[in-house]
Design a protein around this ligand. Structure first.
Ligand code: NAD
Ligand code: DAU
Length: 339
């Protein structure tokens, strides 16, 4: 069994590679990644020279390279994590989001058709459903909730989902889609809320909370997401969408206060800054379908998951210090300098 994992040098893709090597040690895993600002080879250091693993630096939009790799590897399955993934960056510069997230998906699916791949899995997001009101805790996203996107990022992910469904129906591509809520855990790039707050708090720097910090996200420990994708790959039905969520809704301000408390830092570091444009209010997933059909449930509770995550950042300072020492500083100054 050979699986091509795209975007495997990023946050969730790398965790998925580690998960698959433990769960299915006999599988060959080929990671295809462009190594954008969000991809780091150091993340894959522990598997890089191991038998049954291969890393290939390539862009999923580069048809020639993608087809050449498929011709060589003849994969049985493809899991697409490769994407531009940060909402704030999509507001600054949407173009690359449309290119990678939509056209890159098309190239991968064309290669799957050409080489008769038995399963294509598209890693999508709950953001394709737009947002829910803060005062209606009874409302949740199901797989039937209409697509209603807010940001260029979510619009690009929704467009890719539509294309995947079209390839399934028109060409019979054996494809599945998962739509997951916010992940957290090891190797999370420091531009995202949880790692950004941990790293800033450790340096006693201001903790920039957008608006009043009342927006709600449903947090899932990354290993639970990886287990869910593994199940969908092996037991999910082609043509189906599966929601994945943590049953763990939290306001941003409460996440930041938890981090501050765990690190023994003062709440006075919290700074309220200008809100994100078009900021989604609340995400909440109904994961009944994957629970009843495939028997998946989240296993790591938030208290345990956030402690493990904070511990990981304390123990892996080299990893994030290298990342924040370069281009990240320009990004941070641009996004937060005059906010
Ligand atoms: P990430 O930004 O940490 O990693 C993305 C990876 O894709 C990087 O390694 C990058 O180098 C690679 N990449 C980007 N453009 C590429 C291209 N053109 N060709 C090849 N590789 C390319 O992202 P993440 O947070 O790990 O998210 C992975 C996937 O999961 C994305 O599709 C995202 O939409 C989805 N998702 C993320 C979350 C979350 O909370 N992070 C939740 C639900 C879904
Ligand atoms: O829901 C799934 C999505 O979760 C994924 O599809 C995206 O790829 C992933 O980035 C994430 O999107 P969010 O926009 O929810 O995540 P982010 O970490 O950027 O922000 C989480 C919340 O925290 C959001 O309400 C904005 C807020 N925030 C974020 C940052 C970076 C702040 O208040 N301050 C910050 O500095």
């Amino acid at each position: 069994m050979t699986i091509i994992v795209t975007g495997g040098a990023g946050f969730i893709g790398s965790n998925f590679i580690f998960h698959m090597r433990n769960a299915h040690p006999e599988y060959r895993i080929v990671c295809l990644d462009k190594l954008t600002y969000a991809g780091n080879l150091s993340t894959l250091a522990e598997v890089m020279d191991k038998p049954g693993f291969r890393f290939v630096k390539a862009d999923i939009c580069d048809r020639e390279s993608v087809f050449a790799l498929f011709a060589e590897e003849r994969p049985d399955m493809v899991v697409n994590f490769a994407a531009e993934s940060h909402v704030d960056r999509s507001i600054e510069d949407p173009g690359i989001f449309l290119k990678t997230n939509i056209l890159g998906t098309q190239v991968l699916m064309d290669a799957c058709r050409e080489y008769g791949v038995a399963r294509y899995h598209q890693v999508s997001t709950d953001e394709v459903y737009g947002d829910l009101p803060l005062d209606r805790p009874d409302l949740l996203f199901t797989e039937e909730t209409p697509i209603r996107t807010s940001s260029p990022y979510s619009a690009s992910k929704a467009s890719a989902d539509l294309l995947v469904m079209a390839y399934h129906r028109t060409f019979g591509l054996p494809a599945t889609i998962s739509r997951c809520s916010n992940n957290y855990g090891p190797f999370h790039f420091p531009e995202k809320l949880i790692p950004l707050m941990i790293i800033n708090a450790l340096a006693d720097k201001p903790l920039p909370v957008y608006g009043q910090g009342l927006n709600v996200r449903d947090w899932l420990y990354v290993e639970d997401h990886c287990r869910a994708i593994d199940l969908i790959l092996h037991k999910g039905r082609p043509g189906e969408v599966y929601n994945i969520g943590g049953n763990n809704e939290k306001r941003n301000i409460d996440i930041v206060k938890t981090i501050v408390r765990e690190l023994g830092k003062p709440e006075s570091l919290i700074t309220f800054v200008a809100d994100r444009k078009g900021h989604d209010l609340r995400y909440a997933i109904d994961a009944t379908k994957i629970g009843t059909e495939l028997g998946w449930q989240p296993e790591t509770g938030f208290d345990e998951g956030i402690r493990k995550t904070i511990r990981w950042y304390l123990d892996h300072e080299d990893w994030w210090r290298t990342i924040i020492s370069g281009e990240y500083q320009n990004y941070y100054a641009k996004m937060y300098g005059n906010r």
